[in-house]
Design a binder for this molecule. Structure first.
Ligand code: NAD
Length: 253
């Protein structure tokens, strides 16, 4: 398949690249010519993926909830590839259950990963892009992975949904703050895609009924995000910043 946008010459750091969408984004960006830095807590999984991709990939330990770990991941990326000009804040977790019953620790974990983690990763990336001259090159790209749960009324995922609404808001405000520094920040809000994050849910009768409630009565495929992911990391999106792009196969209609 010929890809619509080239990422040759770019280096992208992707959080949560050990499984699901993040692993797919890493393969996609590498195929489009970028160097890819695979950040995750599970370096056994990212190490295997990096070996599969080849010399243009590097696995680094990364816990997005830990500011020192975020700094160390960028240090390792720069030591291998030089500048990181593209960041994909993809790591995320859920805490499903009735809001009357979800444990306080689970609420805190969701916010630490999905909100604080996105914040720490994006701002460390932006700091380094700005310090390395993104203002002149206008080549900084930060892509936040939100979710359509930010838009929908849905019971059983309130902390997750609120954290994703916060991601979209962070995307807008970061975009405003770094607009004159050559750093574009955009948020993609995917619909429901079968991955580790929701595998248990879709194995239940409730999960099957959920799929039937979508206009097209199907889960979205991970590949359906590819074109938007490539566009937002490419030179073609130079004038696109502060966008919130819902790519959901119509599930939120
Ligand atoms: P996933 O569980 O396969 O992937 C999430 C990844 O994040 C995992 O590799 C996990 O190890 C990593 N991660 C979690 N906490 C981390 C931390 N503290 N530091 C570093 N990495 C950490 O699920 P996925 O579906 O691929 O999710 C990827 C992103 O897409 C998430 O932000 C999720 O909220 C979002 N999303 C998923 C769907 C869907 O239907 N699958 C829909 C909308 C949005």
């Amino acid at each position: 398949m010929s890809l619509p946008f080239s990422l040759a010459g770019r280096t992208a750091l992707i959080s949560g690249a050990s499984s699901g969408l993040g692993a797919g984004f890493a393969r996609l960006y590498a195929e489009a010519g970028a160097n890819v830095v695979l950040g995750a807590r599970r370096t056994d999984a990212t190490g295997a993926l990096a070996r599969e991709i080849g010399t243009q990939a590097l696995a680094v330990p990364l816990d997005v909830t830990d500011a020192a770990s975020v700094v160390a991941a960028f240090d390792a990326a720069e030591a291998r590839f030089g500048r990181v000009d593209t960041v994909v804040a993809n790591a995320g977790i859920a805490a499903t259950g009735r809001s009357t019953e979800v444990a306080p620790d689970d609420i805190a974990r969701v916010m630490a990963t999905n909100f604080t983690g996105v914040y720490l990763l994006a701002r460390e990336g932006a700091k380094r892009m700005i310090a390395s001259g993104s203002r002149e090159r206008e080549d900084g790209r930060i892509i936040l992975i939100g979710s359509i749960t930010a838009l929908l009324g849905f019971s059983g995922d309130a902390a997750y949904a609120a954290s994703k609404a916060a991601v979209a808001k962070l995307g807008r405000d970061f975009a405003r703050e770094w607009a004159r520094q050559g750093v574009n920040v955009n948020t993609i809000q995917p619909g429901y895609i079968h991955t580790e994050i929701n595998a248990d849910w879709y194995a239940t009768p409730g999960g099957a009924a959920h799929i039937q409630s979508f206009p097209r009565k199907r889960l979205q495929t991970a590949g359906s995000l590819d074109a938007m992911m490539l566009f937002l990391a490419s030179d073609a999106s130079r004038s696109v910043t502060g966008g919130i792009f819902t790519v959901d196969d119509g599930q939120s209609l």
